[in-house]
Write a protein that binds this ligand. Structure first.
Ligand SMILES: [Zn+2]
Length: 143
């Protein structure tokens, strides 16, 4: 998985047990947000670097959960600085305009299981599944 390889310290929780870190569950959102998560990961590490944190230290930011909720990206750090919070908020706002499946421009749908989808994937969802159903579970794919 490219994100783990590129940001091994940020995603160090992936090797922990589920009790220790929900990150071991993986990324609970679609591939369409890959670029968004990639940029956010890089920006969070840039901030940490500017703050003078040591990548090998426990102070280095650690992602504990990355998932989709109510159609937008939720990215949780073990400890969040104001600067990182601003980045995460911006990414969450951006995710409301990006199809979670393919990365094309999209918008949050309606119903109980809101997802941000492009027109094509929204149509696919409504024809393949009863109204309100979430599309099948997918996760950012392994390489
Ligand atoms: Zn799409």
């Amino acid at each position: 998985m490219k994100l783990y390889a590129a940001f091994p310290r940020l995603y160090r929780g992936k090797d922990k047990t589920l009790q220790e870190s929900l990150m071991s569950w993986g990324f609970d959102c679609g591939d369409g947000w890959f670029d968004l998560i990639w940029k956010l990961s890089g920006d969070i590490e840039d901030v940490a670097r500017k703050e003078g944190l040591d990548p090998c230290s426990y102070e280095w930011p650690e992602a504990v959960q990355v998932k989709q909720k109510f159609g937008t990206l939720r990215f949780h750090l073990e400890e969040t600085s104001d600067a990182a919070m601003a980045l995460i908020d911006a990414a969450r706002a951006a995710s409301a305009k990006i199809c979670e499946v393919c990365g094309a421009p999209g918008s949050p749908g309606e119903g109980r299981h809101v997802q941000t989808l492009c027109r094509e994937h929204a149509r696919e969802k409504s024809s393949a599944h009863p109204v309100g159903d979430r599309m099948p579970v997918w996760k950012l794919q392994e390489d």
